[in-house]
Design a binder for this molecule. Structure first.
Ligand code: ATP
Length: 288
């Protein structure tokens, strides 16, 4: 269990995180969402013990993480900048260091992932492309098998097959070796199938914490002839709309009551799910 108690982080006049009390039970995959500057990186680096809180505490199973090598050896944060060691270290050197620091590091799996991401161990970190650096971060983060593993937009620059491999390997290994995983991402639709729970940070505060299925149930799409749809959605909260010839699809915020569901059936309107991304945009203030 990772716990924050009145955790606060300030940078001069900027409060990146307002006092935050959070309990994250172990053995789940959390999606950490938020607009640019919401405080995601600040939260993750403080959870990892990289940053001293301005106030409050972070603890892993009751033990404070800051300045505590034992606790931080159980935590792995892969950042979006792909910095994992000195630029003149070879990938093989970095993997050896990671294996020394992390008791659960799986060298055989790391070697297999290096092959599958086509990463040559003898190359220097500085010679990798942006996407290769991210793929290497993914290898380190996965093979570390840390009790608390965090990927902060670790997929930046990775191509679609690489991201798919990352997600498949994460899920497969997580089922065999359950651990706590936090994924911060702006690729909401792509990564949300991995999430069990979603945390949304907004302007340094926790705006929402919900199981992903509950969050999805907050929205519904309505499809049918334009005029019928317009009449049906009158007075409801509309998130967006699309038209295809005479057909219109409207996405709504808020679960439909039984009366509306019956009405939809009577008029032959089709009800369907809403993309998590649309709910996220609405909850965080719209596409201003
Ligand atoms: N070293 C720093 N010095 C001053 N302000 C900082 C520093 N790091 C972050 N901030 C500020 O703290 C706030 C939160 O930043 P943070 O990087 O945590 O956001 P984020 O949610 O990760 O954003 P993004 O999605 O753009 O990566 C922002 O207002 C940012 O400008």
């Amino acid at each position: 269990m990772i716990t924050t108690s009145a955790l606060q982080v300030r940078f001069g006049d900027t409060t990146a995180l307002h006092p935050l009390d959070l309990d994250l039970p172990a053995g789940r995959i959390y999606g950490l969402l938020g607009r640019n500057g919401a405080g995601k990186t600040t939260l993750m680096s403080t959870l990892a013990g990289f940053r001293r809180p301005s106030a409050g505490t972070v603890s892993l199973d009751g033990v404070p993480v800051f300045d505590n090598a034992r606790a931080t050896s159980r935590i792995c944060l892969i950042r979006d900048d792909g910095v994992l060691g000195d630029t003149t270290d070879t990938l093989r050197d970095i993997l050896s260091m990671a294996a020394m620091m992390r008791p659960g590091f799986d060298r055989a799996w790391a070697a297999d992932l290096m092959d599958r991401f086509a990463l040559p161990g003898k190359r220097w970190l500085r010679d990798l492309s942006r996407g290769q650096r991210s793929a290497f971060g993914v290898v380190v983060g996965l093979a570390s098998r840390a009790d608390l593993t965090m990927f902060d937009e670790a997929h930046l620059g990775m191509d679609a097959p690489g991201r798919q491999l990352f997600h498949e390997e994460l899920l497969r290994d997580y089922l065999e070796h359950p651990r706590t995983v936090i994924l911060s991402t702006h690729l909401i639709e792509e990564q949300s199938p991995l999430f069990e729970q979603v945390l949304i940070l907004h302007e340094g505060r926790l705006l929402l914490r919900e199981d992903v299925d509950e969050l999805r149930a907050r929205g519904v799409s309505v499809t049918g002839p334009q005029q019928v749809v317009d009449d049906f959605v009158f007075g409801l909260t509309v998130l967006g709309e699309r038209r295809l010839g005479p057909t219109k699809q409207v996405t709504l915020f808020g679960a439909l009551d039984e009366e509306h569901r019956q009405l939809a059936r009577r008029y032959g309107l089709e009800l369907g799910p809403v993309a998590l991304q649309e709910l996220f945009i609405h909850l965080t203030g719209g596409a201003a």
